[in-house]
Design a protein around this ligand. Structure first.
Ligand code: SF4
Length: 329
């Protein structure tokens, strides 16, 4: 028999894989790459997931979520958590995607590492039930770590899994998971979760701003993770690098139509602006760049297009912090 187990990389999902393997069932671990992962995770998660699943002795598949994930974030049926995290809809989307590959892998059911009562929005009894119903898994979704506290699933009723190898873990504590990990020799669990930017209040302010002006696309999400952001008008915004690495990233991400702002003879930040720009907006952008270049005297700021970055020279004094507050997101 085979089952699919969703793997996030956190300890609970690794224990879920182990719990299913201990039942003598072959596991395909599925990891979802969402557009809102912190950069260090986004860059390394495929490597980590492959490494862990190799150690656990199971196959793994990585599914990238893009436009459909964005659509869900813009309009989640079950709303947002404390920040902009649509956890219930997010899980439903992942489970629907996993359900689509059940027949390809000849899987009889799906399991997750969800623990009853661990997260306020998506892991109380009603939410777990809603997630199962909305993903149309109808009894084929097993949460082995909390299964003894939940309604019996088809794998339990049909005897595909043994009761003795299911658990009644609940709540936010980690004690039982850590002791199970020790008992089962699961030592290498590189990240404890928490890599989703939709739970980060600063990131979410920027995200809400783009949504408000209907300017969110997959490419913009990379930019949201970088620099300082300034909303000047409904159509015009400026993003300013905070260090050399961010300046270089901004340059590499600039698109046709974006305008660059950089100090001419001094070291300082690179800024790129999005949206149509007239002289007044250029002056504001130049003053913001000057603010992060030199505080006490006028600075020459060059601005120009992606193909010619030094088309125009603007001499300005840096904006003061009170003015800056008006624009910063
Ligand atoms: S924290 Fe992020 S990735 Fe995790 S369930 Fe919520 S929205 Fe999805």
């Amino acid at each position: 028999m085979r089952a699919i187990v969703l793997i996030s990389g956190g300890l609970d999902s690794l224990l879920a894989i182990k719990a299913i393997q201990k039942q003598g069932i072959e596991v395909l671990a599925i990891n979802f790459l969402i557009p809102f992962l912190k950069d260090d995770l986004a860059n390394n998660s495929i490597f980590f997931v492959k490494k862990i699943t190799e150690q656990l002795g199971c196959k793994c598949k990585v599914i990238t979520l893009a436009e459909d994930y964005l659509d869900m974030v813009k309009n989640p049926k079950y709303g947002y958590g404390k920040n902009f995290n649509p956890c219930i809809d997010c899980k439903i989307l992942m489970l629907k995607k996993a359900k689509n590959v059940m027949s390809e892998f000849k899987a009889s059911f799906i399991a997750t590492g969800e623990v009853l009562g661990q997260r306020p929005m998506s892991q109380h009894k009603q939410a777990l039930k809603r997630i199962e119903e909305a993903s149309s898994l109808n009894g084929l979704l097993l949460r082995p770590l909390s299964a003894l506290l939940l309604a019996p699933t088809i794998p339990q009723k049909k005897g595909w899994v043994k009761k003795e190898l299911l658990f009644d873990i609940h709540g936010r504590g980690r004690r039982r998971q850590i002791s199970l990990a020790k008992e089962w020799g699961v030592e290498d669990y590189p990240w404890p979760g928490g890599g989703c930017l939709l739970t980060d209040s600063n990131f979410c302010k920027r995200l809400k701003d783009l949504l408000k002006y209907d300017q969110l696309s997959i490419e913009d999400i990379t930019l949201l993770k970088l620099g300082r952001h300034f909303r000047i008008t409904s159509k015009f915004k400026l993003i300013v690098g905070r260090d050399k690495e961010e300046n270089e990233k901004l340059i590499s991400l600039a698109k046709k139509g974006d305008v660059f702002f950089e100090p001419k003879k001094m070291s300082g930040p690179t800024g790129i602006s999005k949206g149509p720009v007239g002289q007044r907006l250029k002056d504001i952008a130049a003053r913001i760049i000057a603010r992060y270049t030199c505080l006490d005297k006028k600075v020459e700021i060059v601005c120009g297009t992606v193909s010619k970055r030094n088309q125009e020279l603007i001499l300005v004094k840096g904006m003061n912090d009170q003015q800056l507050k008006k624009w910063i997101i």
